[in-house]
Every structure is written in structure tokens, then in C-alpha cells.
Design a protein. Structure first.
Length: 592
């Protein structure tokens, strides 16, 4: 026999006069001079239970109930008295007059009130089970479930097959450290937990499963932040016989379907598109938030003619950049400017030059800044013209290596947009395309794959792989939403001769390629079809939809920024017997 007939949140005026049985937790208990009110909570919401002395046994049990006691309540649904309706509750029109109350389990006093909005994250993660009872977390995880189901329905309708790939696999380089699992059966050898199913999904394409997907757990041992976890979830997709434009159209359809089904939101059709180069030039970021109505202005060539050393040195530096960012109506205090200067220092900027525009029609006399005296009138006029500066605006400048300028001004653009109310409402999806094949690794002094070494070059760029790798563009693409990269993918290399050229550009010898990727290369030779795909971050998508800053708020049992689980106290030591079975002995880790 079921312990409940209805969920608390399902009660409504349609049930008035009916007898119901509820089961849940005591959210609040209030004794009003002879009548006890209990707010009973389950996953669907709250219901008000009234315990009257006329039912002495039910009343006696209700007197004993305390916070988080598990109760079973049987009673009659009735309308609430006039003036006591609670419009914020789904069940707010009615209450239950208890006929019987049973304590299914008592509870120790909880360490915090579940409706406390000021809990520290450490407290929430230590007592995660109780935190998960809170309405925001219940709402977030229900949202996550609905997103996952919407993804499955769309991909199933498009002919995709859900195919599992191994969790214990070979260690292969994918940009982050692997989590290693020692093998007891093969002493001295290790499995790795997959950073992604990348190689296996390519093998599935060779095997003829031309539309694959998986909602899959991935693992990366890397430095953490709000949008990273050591274990995270991808919506992993791969297709055969589609070019990048067809894949993008299919995946646009996926995101539009998910947002429409889950939030009732119609995303733009088609999505906006920017090349990687244009995104950096205009926004300083390859994942720009298009809701922020601010753009960078290019000044590098202009500054090659000035005597101001900071700007000229950056303009003449190989790979240098000088750019401006106009803040309309930028009435900032000196302290606010100093705070923003400290902010851009996080990204390597050595300072934050600025010009306050008081009256653009008066030339240098209408401008206020320590740097105005170092810039000739024609240059100042050109800055005002290019930035379209108006009276009351503030112009910030970045001058350094292009990466530092892009990182600093790109982050400042987003920060100013949010601080100054320059963020439009709604959702602004974007494809960023035409990524470079390679990026220069300053430490290793060699080219590294910007995506991974199996990303295909754009048609006509194969010859650049040897002649000029820095100019070669790829068939890689990212999907960006409101400043978050939510998906990244590419068309893959399926021809051996092109793969060999990419390995050569990366300085990977034939022997090293075979050692690292032999099982993939062996199978690509058996008629690999043209194929490509994408991986979406499910955690990021749900966090965006939920309006939370951290993906930890949409994962049931996340890790901290130090990759620890405060609930289970993992990671933890293991006993000597387990180590001996694995043939392992602990040694002191290298000092940082």
C-alpha cells in the first residue's frame, strides 16, 4: 500500500472534501494556542496541515513533531479561511485537516534552517543531503532532468543512437591531466578515466553508426573554478557525412528545441556567427556576451606614430595590440577606476590608461587624462572619431601583447556591462567559427593544437600546415550563449595524408603518434567516412537556465574548488593492503 495518495504540491481546490494521504518532511511547525499548523514538504512543494485537539491522537503526535521529522498525514482537504490564501504556493488555496498523523522517522536537529538564504558554500557542501532538500536545489535538479530528457527526445527524433563508451581506457593526451586507475591484474599498468569520448566516438563513425550521442561523465585533473569540475557531464554528439554547416544547423535545432520545451523560450534563428578573429577584434574574447552593448576599437596602426612609449612599444611589438573600450556616460570616481585597474591586472595588464571626454568638440582641452599631453591632436581626434565618443564618455585603453589586451579588455567589457546596466535581457546565441588550427606554446616553443590533433583544416589550408602553420584555419566551431561557451566541436580528419601533415606541424613523430594514438590510426585506415561532431557542457547549459553563477548549484554532489567532496570526505587515504594488492608504494609528492 502506498504511503501517499498525493504530493503536497498537487493539492488544489479541486480536491476540497476529499480525503488524502501525504508523506514528507516537517518544514515548519507552529503552535497557535491549541491548534498546531505543520507545513509539510515533499519534492513537489508545501501543504499546510491543521492539527486540531478534536483529533487527540493526531494532535498528540503533532505536538512531538519537530523540524525535518518524516510524517505521514491523512486528512480532509478544505479551503483556507478567507484572508489566509497563500498565492505563492501551488497548494495555497487549501489546507488539510489532519485525521491521523504518524511519525515515520524522527530527525536530529538540522545544522541550519532550510530556508536560510545566507549559508556558506562549505556548509552547503558538507551537509549536501540537507542542502538538496532546499527548494532552489530541488528546482535546479528537476530542471537538469528536463533538459536531459529534452535533449534525448530531439536527438532520438533525428535518428541518433545512444551508445556507451568505456570509463576505463588508455591514457591519451587531451590537454589536461588524466585521472589514473591502477590495474591489479596488470601490475605497473594503468587505466585512465576519459577526459571525453573523443577517440571512441570517431571509432563509432568508422564502425558505421553515423549518428551517435551520449550524455556522459568526463574527468579532467585540472585547476578548478566556478564553471569547472574534476568530473562533469557532456552531451556528446558525432555524425558522418555532414559538413560543418549541416552539423551546426542540426545542433542549433537541438538548442532551440531544448529552450522551447524547457523554458518556453524561442532562440534566434539562425544563430549569429562570428569568426574567431572578428570575435577577438571586437570583443576581446572568443566567447563574447553579445548582450553587452560595448565593443573594442582597434588602434594598433594609429599608435605606431606616437611618442607615448607605452602605446608605441605595444603597437610595434610582434603580436602586440593597442585597443580602446568606450564606456558611454562613464561617470566613474577615481576609486572606481582604481578598482577596475586592479581587476585588469588579474589578466596581466600593467595598468589601465583612460581619457574622460568632457567636450569632444574642443579637442585636447575637452579631454581629461594624464596621457592626453603625450598624444598629438590628430591622434586624439582619430580616437574620438573611431570610438564615436560623446560628452560624458570614458575611454579605456589596453596596450601590450594581443593576448593580454584581449583578455584584459574583454573581461573589463563584460564587467562594465554588468556593473553599469548595459546588459540586454534575453538570450543571445552565437557560433564562433574559423578557429586557428594551432596556437604557439611559449614554454615548449612549438605549435600546439587549438582544439585537438584530429581537427580538420579548412579546405585549401592543407598546404599551410607545413608552409605557415600559424595561418592555417580549422573546421572547428564553438557555440556561445550569453558569454559562456556551452559547446565546442569540429569536423575531424578522415584522410591519412592530412593527419600526417598535422602531426608533423605539431612536432609529433610517426613513432610518437603510433604510441599515443595507434588504435585510432589503425582503424581510420579502414574506410573512415567524413565525420564531425560537438560536445555540449550539460552543467553549463543548466546553470545558465537556472540563473546561477556556479555549475556546483546544478550538480547533485559536486566537488569544491580544491577537488574535494566535503560530504564523503573524498579523496581519502587507503589502507596498506589495498596498495600492496596494486603493487604501489606512496612517496612524497614533488614540492610546488
Amino acid at each position: 500500500m502506498s504511503l501517499r495518495s498525493h504530493y503536497c504540491g498537487e493539492l488544489s481546490a479541486a480536491l476540497v472534501g476529499k480525503t488524502v494521504t501525504l508523506a514528507g518532511w516537517t518544514h515548519r511547525r507552529r503552535d497557535h494556542g491549541g491548534v498546531i499548523f505543520i507545513d509539510l514538504r515533499d519534492r513537489e512543494g508545501l501543504a499546510q496541515v491543521v492539527c486540531d485537539p478534536d483529533r487527540p491522537e493526531a494532535f498528540r503526535v503533532a505536538e512531538q513533531a519537530r523540524g525535518e521529522y518524516v510524517l505521514k498525514v491523512t486528512g480532509a482537504v478544505r479551503r483556507r479561511p478567507e484572508g489566509t490564501v497563500n498565492p505563492e504556493l501551488a497548494s495555497g488555496e487549501v489546507e488539510v485537516l489532519a485525521h491521523a498523523v504518524e511519525v515515520l522517522n524522527a530527525s536530529a536537529p538540522p545544522p541550519f534552517q532550510l530556508d536560510d538564504d545566507n549559508l556558506s558554500e562549505n556548509t552547503r557542501l558538507t551537509y549536501r543531503v540537507l542542502d538538496l532538500r532546499r527548494e532552489p536545489m530541488q528546482r535546479n535538479l528537476r530542471l537538469r532532468y528536463r533538459v536531459a530528457m529534452a535533449v534525448r527526445r530531439y536527438l532520438d527524433a533525428q535518428g541518433f543512437l545512444d551508445i556507451e563508451t568505456p570509463m576505463l581506457t588508455r591514457s591519451t593526451p587531451e590537454g589536461a591531466r588524466d585521472y589514473l586507475v591502477p590495474s591489479r591484474v596488470h601490475p605497473g599498468e594503468f587505466f585512465a578515466l576519459p577526459q571525453s569520448p573523443q577517440l571512441f566516438k570517431q571509432l563509432l563513425m568508422v564502425a558505421g553508426f553515423d549518428r551517435y550521442y551520449q550524455i556522459v561523465r568526463c574527468f579532467r585533473d585540472e585547476d578548478l573554478r566556478a564553471d569547472r569540475q574534476p568530473e562533469f557531464t557532456q552531451i556528446d554528439v558525432e555524425t558522418s557525412f555532414l559538413d560543418e554547416n549541416e552539423i551546426q544547423r542540426l545542433m542549433e535545432g537541438l538548442m532551440r528545441s531544448v529552450f522551447q520545451e524547457v523554458l518556453g523560450v524561442a532562440l534566434a534563428e539562425p544563430f549569429a556567427r562570428l569568426s574567431y578573429t572578428e570575435a577577438l577584434a571586437r570583443y576581446g574574447s572568443d566567447k563574447p556576451d553579445l548582450r553587452v552593448a560595448l565593443e573594442l576599437t582597434e588602434l594598433t596602426e594609429l599608435m605606431k606614430s606616437v611618442e607615448f612609449k607605452v602605446f608605441r612599444a605595444a603597437a610595434e611589438m610582434p603580436g602586440g595590440r593597442v585597443a580602446a573600450l568606450r564606456l558611454p556616460g562613464g561617470e566613474l570616481t577615481r576609486k572606481e577606476i582604481d578598482d577596475y585597474t586592479q581587476f585588469v591586472a588579474i589578466y596581466g595588464a600593467k595598468g589601465l590608461a583612460y581619457i574622460k571626454v568632457n567636450d569632444p568638440g574642443r579637442g585636447a582641452e575637452g579631454l581629461q587624462s594624464p596621457i592626453v599631453k603625450f598624444l598629438p591632436a590628430p591622434v586624439l581626434g582619430e580616437i574620438l572619431s573611431r570610438t564615436k565618443a560623446q560628452a560624458g564618455d570614458l575611454i579605456f585603453f589596453g596596450a601590450d601583447k594581443a593576448k593580454i589586451v584581449n583578455d584584459a579588455l574583454g573581461a573589463l567589457r563584460a564587467r562594465l556591462g554588468h556593473d553599469r546596466g548595459l546588459v540586454a535581457q534575453g538570450w543571445r546565441p552565437l557560433w564562433v567559427v574559423d578557429f586557428p588550427m594551432f596556437e604557439w606554446d611559449e614554454e615548449e616553443k612549438r605549435w600546439a593544437a587549438m582544439h585537438h590533433p584530429f581537427t580538420s583544416p579548412k579546405d585549401g589550408h592543407e598546404d599551410l600546415l607545413a608552409a605557415d602553420p600559424g595561418r592555417a584555419l580549422s573546421k572547428g566551431y564553438d557555440m556561445v550563449l550569453n558569454g559562456w561557451e556551452i559547446g565546442g566541436g569540429s569536423v575531424r580528419i578522415h584522410r591519412a595524408e592530412v593527419q600526417s601533415k598535422v602531426f608533423a606541424a605539431l612536432g609529433i613523430s610517426a613513432q610518437e603518434a603510433r604510441r599515443k594514438f595507434g588504435f585510432l590510426l589503425d582503424n581510420l585506415q579502414y574506410g573512415a567516412p567524413p565525420h564531425g561532431g560537438i560536445a555540449f557542457g550539460l552543467d553549463r547549459i543548466v546553470a545558465l537556465m537556472a540563473g546561477t553563477e556556479s555549475i556546483r548549484d546544478v550538480i547533485a554532489f559536486p566537488k569544491t574548488q580544491r577537488a574535494q567532496c566535503l560530504l564523503t570526505r573524498a579523496p581519502s587515504p587507503v589502507d596498506e593492503k589495498q596498495l600492496r594488492e596494486l603493487g604501489l608504494r606512496l612517496r612524497e609528492p614533488p614540492k610546488a
